[in-house]
Design a protein around this ligand. Structure first.
Ligand code: PLP
Length: 435
């Protein structure tokens, strides 16, 4: 895969360069120069393939010039170790459950694949890197789990003190080994600023190979396309109505962009619903043609509280570039906290199924879409996190206790290990130099 920068001011790069650089020097985003359609025969027999088999075929299609079949097989079997099943919610509505990985959120797919592919290149060249990542919750957990025990890589995670949930904090602070957690006495923005400053620090960079694991890295996007294909395969297997409409709860629009990559590879999809909370700059762009970033507002579905989505440009390019084309394929809807809670409660009372707030936003987006677009199709909503990661919200909304999976409750008994730091760069820098 060859990649270009969306700003067109830096040279094209190889897959390996794009992965280790993260961002091009002109501050654009790396995009594949071309995404070819897969052979139609792939879609005719896709229902006979398992999730890892589908992942390997798609990976081979995209990265066949960079990696051998054997290397791809190795990477997929290392990283895609949990399923992405469809749950039969109600007539013509399926839930694509993306929370069966180690941190119980969909970011596990991206983080684990990224760890596997980075480690592949590092082992080949005998290098080591240090990953720095700032997190407001879910990213840190997925990165910590994804990179845990990965040869050649150490990880430092910065999180804001008192601003992540108990479970999220334990996911960051109980692994040990090559994963260190820094509890910053400040906000998420402080954490992000410290990381940015470290990346600009020439002396640090001369000493260590620093790399970032945030969601604009192309190696996180690629594996997120796999489960759109596997959802289609399962829909065929179950004899569900085709075509499919995917409803994607969106913040930075990485997940939706990955769906559009699958579409560009030929996956039959009727439409994508861009389901947002009150951070609604993309639905507004889709209705007006104007993209105008805003400060983010806090909501219950806080992993989607993004006022300036970092993957917006990718989404736009992948969906056809011109506004008229983009809005034919991507349909924007937004919802508020009140309605999110109503959806969680209504679905629970009717079906017994518990959804996290992000999933409820996707459900609401799908229902809004359906009321404007009646017809014969299956709506598939992407469930991006297990509800137990948002226990206080879920239990107060449903008015009762809900079961917590063993994997998460066991975490709460583990001992937290974190280093406390202030928000000044000097202390952070000193910590990095000493380590
Ligand atoms: C990160 C996240 C999202 C948003 O995904 P994007 O790819 O940033 O649009 C949605 N739900 C959950 C639970 C998340 O952690």
């Amino acid at each position: 895969m060859k990649l270009y920068s969306t700003q067109h001011q830096s040279p094209d790069v190889s897959l390996e360069e794009a992965i280790f650089r993260g961002l091009p020097p002109d501050n654009g985003l790396y995009m594949p120069i071309s995404i070819e359609k897969m052979d139609p025969s792939f879609f005719e027999t896709i229902q006979d393939k398992s999730f890892p088999e589908i992942a390997e075929a798609v990976c081979q299609h995209l990265l066949g010039e960079d990696l051998s079949l054997e290397e791809i097989h190795q990477m997929i079997s290392q990283s895609m170790t949990f399923p992405a099943p469809l749950f039969d919610l109600e007539k013509d509505v399926q839930v694509l459950e993306l929370f069966h990985g180690p941190s119980m959120a969909f970011k596990d797919f991206g983080a684990r694949f990224m760890a596997a592919i980075m480690s592949h290149y590092l082992l080949k060249s005998n290098r080591e890197i240090r990953i720095l990542v700032a997190t407001s919750g879910d990213t840190g957990g997925a990165v910590a789990q994804g990179f845990f025990n990965t040869p050649g890589i150490s990880v430092t995670i910065l999180y804001p003190k008192g601003k992540v949930s108990d479970i999220q904090e334990k996911q960051l602070t109980t692994l040990g080994g090559n994963v260190s957690a820094l509890e910053i006495d400040g906000t998420f923005d402080d954490c992000q600023r410290l990381v940015k400053q470290a990346f600009l620090d020439e002396e640090l960079r001369a000493k260590f190979n620093l790399a970032s694991a945030n969601s604009i890295n192309i190696s996180r996007l690629i594996p997120q396309s796999f489960y759109y294909f596997s959802a289609y395969a399962e829909a065929k297997r179950k004899g569900l109505k085709l075509p499919i409409v995917f409803s994607v709860p969106s913040g930075n629009f990485g997940n939706l962009s990955a769906g559009l990559m699958a579409y560009r590879m030929g996956l039959p999809v009727k439409a994508f619903v861009a389901a947002c909370n009150e951070n609604k700059v993309v639905p507004e762009y889709l209705s007006s043609g104007e993209f105008s970033p805003q400060p983010s507002v806090e909501t219950l579905s806080n992993a989607m509280d993004v006022g300036n989505p970092s993957n917006f440009i990718r989404m736009k390019l992948l969906a056809g570039e011109q506004w008229e084309k983009v809005r034919e394929l991507v349909k924007g809807y937004f919802t508020n906290d009140e309605q999110t809670k109503l959806r969680m409660k209504e679905v629970y009372d009717r079906t017994g199924y518990v959804m996290c707030p992000h999933t409820a936003v996707a459900y609401d987006g799908l229902q809004q879409y359906r009321s404007e677009n009646p017809g014969e199709y299956t709506g598939i909503l992407l469930s991006t996190a297990h509800y137990a990661k948002f226990l206080p919200t879920v239990e107060s909304t449903l008015g009762q206790q809900v079961p917590v999976p063993e994997r998460l409750s066991a975490l709460l008994n583990k001992e937290k290990v974190a280093i406390s730091l202030g928000t000044d760069y000097a202390s952070f820098r000193q910590y990095l130099l000493k380590k």
